[in-house]
Structures are given as structure tokens and as C-alpha cells.
Design a protein around this ligand. Structure first.
Ligand code: ADP
Ligand code: MG
Length: 267
């Protein structure tokens, strides 16, 4: 990876439960295994990413909340994790940040400004957006260079995608003309039926959204991992971890060697 070039990728979908947080945690660990220095940012007041990386949000003194409001230096709030990635943690305080930020000019740029102070220490920054299209997600999309959209491959997966596409377009028009919509990531994918594939091809067609390779299969290991506060990437080999390694390699080649991302042929 070319040093001094920091890739900033937001993972966004206002729908909850589509594996945004799992994708950030797993992709972060897989990129770290490829020797990238990785920062992951928890933008969800629920703090699920923070918890899944081994830190209890209830016990933290400072978080991304204080950074966004300018009360803490970002460098003072970063935490190490067992997964070899650095974490900008969230706590429930962040639930109040929406309202506090709304009163400030330049509120969409708070994360971008903070990340600029530490970006040179990292090859990749992954941003875990919350399940809404409010000011926190706007901060994530404004700070990012690219965005990926996890899509759970079930009926009605497309609901809300149009709204997300409009938000991305508005961010491109107003706060971040550079923002590139890289594509969707198929999550909770069931390769045994054609249903997952049909849903995916429907959404991809409808919104002209490429689907990145590979799809991430549904595996019971993920639920176990998020409940215990340890990453799915550690320990036993499993289909999910292998898929996220594949996705990390796909993105890495794109960033490092300038190759187009590999996408699924759904026709
Ligand atoms: P989001 O951040 O979009 O709300 P999460 O990453 O928290 O979604 O995932 C929602 C739930 O789905 C979690 O319980 C998580 O463990 C589970 N999950 C995520 N990916 C998978 C997968 N590939 N297989 C099985 N369960 C998964
Ligand atoms: Mg989440």
C-alpha cells in the first residue's frame, strides 16, 4: 500500500441488522491480517462495534461523541483492540450528539476534521454508520472516500435502498463531491437457495448497484462472536471469516493496485 494514502470507507444502510457492524469488524481484522494499519470508527450510539472489539461502552471515559463536539482530541480517545485494529469507540452519549451537532455550523464535517488529524497513521479507515440517515451518517458519508452498502438478501431488502441512494447523491452534491458508491455487499447470503440470488439481482438492477465479490454466507459463528465480544475472524476457520478475507483482498487490490473491484455477475 502506498504510504500517505489513506482509504476511508463508510459502511452504511439505515436498516438495522444487515451486518454493517459485523462487516466493519471482520473486514477490519482481515485487512489488518494483510498488514494494513486499520482504524475502525463506531458511529452507532449502541456501541455494538466497540463491544464486539472487546471494550465495554459503559466503562469508557471518552468516545467519538467528545471528539465530534470538539471536547477531546481524537488521538486521546483511540483504543487498541485484540484484533490488531485501532478503535474510535462509541458510547450511549452519542445519542445526544445528533441534537448537539444540529445547532452547529459545519456539523456534517466534524468527523472529517477529526480524522484528518490521525489519518496519516492509517492505511484504511472503516466507518460503521448507525441505522438512520441522520447527522451521524451524514458525518460518516462526508468523511469517506467510498461507501459500501450491506444488503441482507431477503424479501424487501430493497426497501429503503432508494432513500439511501438519494442521501448519497445529496452528500455528493453538497458536502463530499468525491464520495464514490462502490457497491453493495451481500450479507446473510444463503447459497443453497436461489432466493438470495434473485433478491440481490433485483436490487442490483433496480438501483444500478454493483454487488461486490464474494457474498458473505450466513453462519452461526457470527452470532456467537458478537455476543461474546470477540471477533469472528479469530479462532476456528469458518465460511464467514473466509468470505470477509476474500472481500478484504478484493478491496485491497482495488486500493493498492488500482484494479476495479470484482463484482458478481447476477445475470
Ligand atoms: P447492523 O450493524 O447492520 O445492525 P450487525 O452486524 O449488528 O448488523 O448484525 C446483526 C446480527 O446479525 C448480529 O446478531 C450478527 O451477529 C448477525 N450476523 C451478521 N452477519 C452474520 C452472518 N454472516 N451470519 C449469521 N449471523 C450474522
Ligand atoms: Mg450496527
Amino acid at each position: 500500500m502506498v504510504r500517505g494514502m489513506t482509504r476511508i470507507l463508510a459502511v452504511a444502510n439505515q436498516k438495522g441488522g444487515v451486518a454493517k457492524t459485523t462487516t466493519v469488524a471482520s473486514l477490519g481484522a482481515a485487512l489488518a491480517d494483510l498488514d494494513a494499519s486499520v482504524l475502525v470508527v463506531d458511529l452507532d450510539p449502541q456501541g455494538c462495534l466497540t463491544f464486539s472489539l472487546g471494550h465495554n461502552p459503559d466503562e469508557l471515559e471518552a468516545s467519538v461523541h467528545d471528539v465530534l463536539l470538539g471536547d477531546e482530541e481524537i488521538a486521546d480517545v483511540l483504543l487498541d483492540t485484540d484484533d490488531n485494529v485501532t478503535l474510535l469507540p462509541a458510547t450511549i452519549d452519542l445519542a445526544g450528539a445528533e441534537a448537539l451537532l444540529l445547532m452547529r455550523p459545519g456539523r456534517e464535517y466534524a468527523l472529517k476534521r477529526a480524522l484528518a488529524e490521525v489519518a496519516e497513521d492509517f492505511d484504511v479507515i472503516l466507518i460503521d454508520c448507525p441505522p438512520s440517515l441522520g447527522v451521524l451518517t451524514l458525518n460518516g458519508l462526508t468523511a469517506a472516500e467510498q461507501v459500501i452498502v450491506p444488503l441482507q438478501c431477503e424479501t424487501l431488502a430493497h426497501r429503503g435502498v432508494g432513500q439511501l441512494m438519494r442521501t448519497v447523491t445529496e452528500v455528493q452534491q453538497i458536502t463530499n463531491p468525491q464520495l464514490q458508491l462502490l457497491g453493495a455487499v451481500a450479507t446473510l447470503f444463503d447459497a443453497r437457495t436461489t432466493h438470495s440470488r434473485d433478491v440481490l439481482s433485483d436490487v442490483a438492477d433496480r438501483y444500478g448497484l454493483p454487488v461486490l465479490e464474494p457474498p458473505i454466507p450466513r453462519t452461526v459463528r457470527f452470532a456467537e462472536a458478537s455476543a461474546s465480544g470477540t471477533s469472528v475472524m479469530r479462532g476456528r476457520k469458518n465460511k464467514g471469516a473466509t468470505a470477509y478475507r476474500g472481500l478484504a483482498e478484493n478491496l485491497w487490490k482495488h486500493w493498492d493496485a488500482g484494479e476495479p473491484v470484482r463484482t458478481s455477475d447476477l445475470s
